[in-house]
Every structure is written in structure tokens, then in C-alpha cells.
Design a protein around this ligand. Structure first.
Ligand code: ADP
Ligand code: ADP
Ligand code: MG
Length: 496
């Protein structure tokens, strides 16, 4: 491979360019008009303007293929998001004579449909969450019967969904009708899906995923990542290793992940996601057939460049590593920094970046494309940077992360930096008592008191977090009344 087209933008485009440079591979990038000043555009050897704007620009398959033909690249790397899990695009890339840096389109297709994926994995003896596929013609009574069979709470989701979208927890029978209508409408709009998934909701579960790599025959795993700190079903803090699960259970999860990949003769890197119950039973959630946002933590503890591995697997279709060669050391944590307003229900925040200070501390990696005076538009995902820190153990990785967040300054837009710090400083996080629902309800009350005792937080930060919690408390009808009162009182006593 001499030249690669990167069908993506921003931080992940720059990350792929970095590896290509180390491998002596030239890069071609694409950009929409609003991205023309982003660093990745000039990090690449060649960059081409797209005629459309926003998401549309980066998902116009034919335009991208035409640029690949014109620039005579050998391969296409899709990054994550956009076309990375689009089997039709992968096939077009291959049919046009290029190497697709990802698994076979058949693997993408099978895993893209969570219903088909669950059915296939269930048959291979992998534990799957009990559930049903609900077609649009099924009557409410039938659906209610299925929900009763499983028992509330249940979860409704779009089988083709991603990024935590079109997922809804349903706690009681009374909520079912409206929730069904909402998810069916959302799924239709988001992915065009006529069917939805109805499955058991795993209360206080941990999201633990296994990174795997394979060449269609041979397979290895690169350990786990815990991604239980989520908002609206989307990860915001991820780490590896997970010290809070019995090592024997983790071993079983590695084996199960490898079996998942083996079943479909998986041939690149991929991630098998599991949900783990409080009594440490694990269930297959889905498989992501692409590079994951949080791949950096795995790179930090294994020393393996996952993008180099993707490129090599695509080129040679041969996995060079044996399992015993994959070792791990130390602890890594990633935080996703979003341009969003925690005081206003975390709505995306837009504006012009000012007074930008990106720390360069030891034990720190920041993947970003930020620059002074850059416009943050509402056109793309609000994730603006990923911070990864390393430590000899978990506590040191957390300390390094808090220090990095303290040293990261971004004006001109609202960000979730203080919210991330509040989570990292909480006893729940430091003692590992975490699960996918942690950031709701009681936790907000708990961190509100903990924040008051923080010595290194500024008044402004305390105010911001107080406002965040207050906004959440008002918006969340499930929040215990005591919290609302406490926060109200706190608001007047400590803040005004
Ligand atoms: P993971 O890789 O862990 O599955 P998510 O599912 O939370 O992470 O995030 C992947 C999704 O995030 C993508 O499918 C996309 O919708 C969105 N996304 C976030 N940031 C970006 C970005 N910079 N470019 C493209 N997509 C992004
Ligand atoms: P996506 O493709 O959007 O990543 P997933 O199926 O991986 O969708 O689910 C995203 C998140 O939603 C999970 O990490 C978990 O927090 C939550 N979730 C999904 N299914 C369940 C379930 N059955 N029970 C509890 N939580 C779930
Ligand atoms: Mg997922």
C-alpha cells in the first residue's frame, strides 16, 4: 500500500494520517466547506473539497469513490462513524478495485443488524440478552405479552442503530404504548428500520467490551475496555483493564468474544460488546466491525498501533501476532470532551474557540483537531477531543486525568470538562462502583456533596456543576424528591 484515502474527518483523520506517516504511506483526505481550515486537511499529503455540507458530504459514497479513483489510492480507511459500518460502501470500495481497511462486507452486514447478530450468536452458544424482534405489524396486545414474558424493565431499540441513539428503557406496562410509538418512529427516521428490538433491560449493568483482531482464520484478543460511564447510552469515560470483574469471568469473556468472531470468520480488528450484570453474568450486546472511538486506551496498555494493525490485516490478510505476544501493562483512561452545555440539558454548544490551552503533560495523549479561532458548528458530532492518560495503576491514571482536565482550557464554547472532573473525583468512580445508569438520579445527589469538599476545584467549576445537577434534577422526573430539595437549597446557599 502506497496511498490511502481517509473517508472521515477531524481527530480520527489526523490519527490515521499519523500511522500512515510512520508506515511511509501517503494520505488523501476529504473535507466539506466548513472543515476547510481543520488541521487534518493540511496534515494529509493531498486534500479534496467535497461539494456538500455536513454529514451529507462524508457519506456521499459515489463522490468519495470518484476521489479515490482520481487520486489513484490503493485503499480506503473509513475511521469510525459515517460509512465505517456501511456494508454497501465497503463492497463498492472493493468492486472499484481498492482495498477496504475493515472486515468483509458480509461481516459488517451481519453484525449491523442486531437482531440477526443476536440470533447467530445465540445459535453459537454465546449468552444473549433475552428478547424479541418486533415487526411493525405486531399488535400492542401481542407486544405486551412478549414484554410480560421477559418482565419489566425492558429496553426498546433500533436493530440498526449506533452511538446510543434510538434506545429506550421502559419501566412499566403503562409506558409501553408511547415508548413503542416513539422508538418505532425514531428508528424509521434514523435507519429506515421497520423492526425494533424488545429485550430485557439489565439493571445496573457494566458495559465491558473486548477488542479482537483476526484474519478470517486466526484470532486474538487485546483485552477488555470498561465503558460503563455513559450519558444517554453513549460512552463518555472508558478504561482498561477492568479491575472490578473476577479475572476468571474476564477470561470467559475473552473466549466468548473470540467465539463470536470465529463464528463469522472475522477478518480485521473489531469489538465485541457485552453487558455484565451485578452478579457478573455477561451477555452479548453487539459487535462493532470497525475501529472504536476508545481504541486509544488499548493502544496505551498493549503498545500496539491498532490502525497499523488494521492496515496490515487488510493488506496481507494475515495476522502476525500470536496471543501470548499480546501483553499489557499499567492502566489507561479516556475521557470524551464534548462541546455541550451541561447547564442546559447537555445541548450541543457552538461558537468560536478562544484561549485554547492544550496540556502536554507526561502520561497524556490528546486526540483532537482543535485550534484557536476555530468555529464549532452544529453540523457534526459534538465530541471535540479525546483525552487518554496512563498510570502505573488505576488511581494514578485517574490523578493524571484530573490534572490533564485542570490544564485543558477552552473558551468560546461550553464543554463537559467540569462534569468529567466531578465524575472522576467521585467515590463511586474511584472505588469502581460504576454501571451504565450511574450518571442518573442518586449519583447526582452524591457528587453534589462530594464536590463541596473538593480542594482543587475553583468556584466557577463548583457553580457549573451545581447548575448541571440542578438542571438534571429539574429535567429528570425519576430523580428522588430529596435530591431536588437538596439541590435547591444548595443552589441558594452555596451559589447565589
Ligand atoms: P464506540 O466507538 O465506542 O461505539 P460510539 O458508538 O459512542 O463509540 O461512537 C461512535 C459514533 O460516534 C459514531 O457512529 C458517530 O455517530 C459518532 N461520532 C462521534 N464523534 C465523531 C466524529 N468525530 N466523526 C464521526 N462520528 C463521530
Ligand atoms: P449502540 O449501537 O448505540 O452502541 P448498544 O446496543 O451497544 O447500542 O447499546 C448502547 C448502550 O445502551 C449500552 O452500552 C448499554 O448502556 C445500554 N443498553 C443496551 N442494551 C441494554 C440492555 N438490554 N440492558 C441495559 N442496558 C442496555
Ligand atoms: Mg454499542
Amino acid at each position: 500500500m502506497k496511498k490511502i484515502l481517509i473517508a472521515n474527518r477531524s481527530e480520527i483523520a489526523s490519527r490515521i494520517i499519523f500511522t500512515c506517516k510512520t508506515l511511509g504511506i501517503k494520505t488523501v483526505c476529504i473535507y466539506s466547506d466548513e472543515d476547510k481550515f481543520l488541521p487534518y486537511v493540511y496534515h494529509a499529503d493531498e486534500s479534496y473539497a467535497l461539494s456538500e455540507s455536513g454529514y451529507q458530504a462524508y457519506t456521499n459514497q459515489n463522490n468519495i469513490i470518484q476521489i479515490a479513483i482520481k487520486t489513484k489510492v490503493d485503499a480506503v480507511h473509513p475511521g469510525y462513524g459515517f460509512l465505517s459500518e456501511n456494508a454497501q460502501f465497503a463492497q463498492k470500495v472493493i468492486t472499484s478495485g481498492f482495498i477496504w481497511i475493515g472486515p468483509n462486507p458480509e461481516c459488517i452486514d451481519l453484525m449491523g443488524d442486531k437482531i440477526q447478530a443476536k440470533q447467530t450468536m445465540g445459535k453459537s452458544g454465546i449468552p444473549v440478552i433475552p428478547g424479541f424482534s418486533i415487526s411493525k405489524n405486531l399488535g400492542l396486545e401481542e407486544i405486551q405479552k412478549k414484554a410480560d414474558l421477559i418482565g419489566f424493565p425492558i429496553l426498546l431499540k433500533d436493530p440498526w442503530g449506533g452511538g446510543g441513539k434510538a434506545i429506550k428503557k421502559v419501566t412499566t406496562k403503562d409506558e409501553l404504548k408511547d415508548a413503542l410509538f416513539n422508538i418505532q418512529t425514531e428508528a424509521k427516521k434514523l435507519t429506515g428500520s421497520e423492526n425494533i428490538i424488545l429485550e430485557k433491560y439489565i439493571e445496573n449493568g457494566r458495559h465491558i467490551e473486548i477488542q479482537i483482531a483476526g484474519d478470517g482464520q486466526k484470532l486474538i484478543h487485546l483485552y477488555e475496555r470498561e465503558c460503563s460511564i455513559q450519558r444517554r447510552h453513549q460512552k463518555i469515560i472508558e478504561e482498561t483493564p477492568c479491575n472490578f470483574i473476577d479475572p476468571q469471568i474476564l477470561e470467559k469473556m475473552y473466549k466468548a468474544a473470540l467465539r463470536v468472531a470465529q463464528t463469522i470468520k472475522y477478518n480485521n480488528i473489531g469489538t465485541v460488546e457485552f453487558i455484565v450484570t451485578p452478579d457478573q453474568k455477561f451477555y452479548f450486546l453487539e459487535m462493532n466491525t470497525r475501529l472504536q472511538v476508545e481504541h486509544s486506551v488499548t493502544e496505551m496498555i498493549t503498545g500496539i498501533d491498532l490502525i497499523a494493525l488494521q492496515i496490515e490485516l487488510a493488506q496481507t490478510q494475515k495476522l502476525k501476532y500470536k496471543q501470548h505476544e499480546i501483553t499489557k501493562q499499567n492502566h489507561a483512561i479516556e475521557c470524551r470532551v464534548y462541546s455541550e452545555d451541561p447547564q442546559n440539558n447537555f445541548t450541543p454548544s457552538t461558537g468560536t474557540i478562544k484561549n485554547l490551552q492544550i496540556p502536554t503533560d507526561p502520561f497524556l495523549r490528546i486526540d483532537h483537531n482543535l485550534e484557536e479561532n476555530q468555529n464549532i458548528t452544529p453540523l457534526f458530532d459534538p465530541m471535540i477531543a479525546k483525552i487518554t492518560t496512563l498510570g502505573k495503576d488505576r488511581n494514578l491514571a485517574i490523578k493524571n486525568m484530573i490534572s490533564a482536565l485542570n490544564n485543558l482550557k477552552i473558551d468560546g464554547i461550553k464543554t463537559n470538562i467540569s462534569f468529567l472532573k466531578a465524575i472522576l473525583n467521585s467515590t463511586e468512580f474511584s472505588t469502581g462502583k460504576i454501571h451504565t445508569q450511574l450518571l442518573n438520579e442518586n449519583f447526582l445527589e452524591s457528587i453534589s456533596t462530594q464536590i463541596l469538599n473538593l480542594t482543587d476545584s475553583t468556584e466557577a467549576e463548583i457553580c457549573l456543576i451545581a447548575a448541571t445537577l440542578f438542571s438534571e434534577a429539574q429535567l429528570n422526573p425519576n430523580m428522588p424528591k430529596t435530591t431536588k430539595t437538596t439541590l435547591n437549597k444548595w443552589k441558594t446557599q452555596q451559589w447565589e
